[in-house]
Design a protein around this ligand. Structure first.
Ligand code: S3P
Length: 187
């Protein structure tokens, strides 16, 4: 895989994409882009409102559009970017192939459904977090997609440790870009 100035973080709700991504970007002195935040800014609505008023298919369309826009902007400006995907982005049909073809490495932040559930219970603003059975079912349904990521990192621990693991075990600096360490798949 050639050096790339963009690294995407995938993972289920509560996996720490935003927290880990913010810290990682700070350490690398890269820009942090949060796909959910981009969608909210562009739509002028919070995510629960988008789901409520426009429905999930409209949200998925915005998500796909903003993903393309974020990659395009980073490439155009030659900016080095850590891109936090939404929890469902990488599980949408064609998303892993799209990112692979664009040459964007993806790290899957993985944690057990129990840990993810514990984190999401205390937070609001997630329209797809309804109850434990549906949360677990969605996790199981999406797992095969996350397993397509280039690397898997255990994200059950403290965010700072997750970042340290990514920096020491998974990334090799290459100027203002990074290489993923080895060509290993997450499975
Ligand atoms: C979603 C996860 C959310 C957000 C939206 C849909 C999902 O992102 O994109 O609510 O489909 O799992 P987080 O994983 O950042 O909560």
């Amino acid at each position: 895989m050639p050096p790339t100035p963009i690294l995407a973080l995938a993972g289920f709700m509560g996996s720490g994409k935003t927290t880990v991504g913010t810290l990682l970007a700070r350490q690398l002195a890269w820009r942090f882009v949060d796909l959910d935040a981009r969608i909210e800014e562009t739509a002028g609505l919070r995510i629960p409102e988008i789901f409520e008023r426009l429905g999930e298919p409209a949200f998925r369309q915005m998500e796909a559009d903003q993903l393309r826009a974020a990659l395009g902007r980073a490439q155009e400006l030659k900016e080095s970017v850590i891109l936090a995907l939404g929890g469902g982005t990488y599980a949408q049909p064609g998303a892993p192939e799209f990112l692979r073809n664009a040459g964007i490495p993806v790290i899957w932040l993985d944690a057990s459904p129990e840990i993810l559930l514990g984190r999401c219970m205390t937070m609001t603003g997630r329209p797809l977090f309804r109850d434990e059975p549906s949360f677990r079912a969605l996790y199981a349904q999406r797992l095969p997609s996350y397993q397509l990521a280039d690397h898997r990192v255990d994200s059950s621990g403290e965010p700072a440790r997750v970042v340290a693991e990514i920096l020491t075990r998974h990334l090799v600096p290459a100027g203002n870009a990074i290489l993923l360490n080895g060509a290993s798949r997450s499975t």
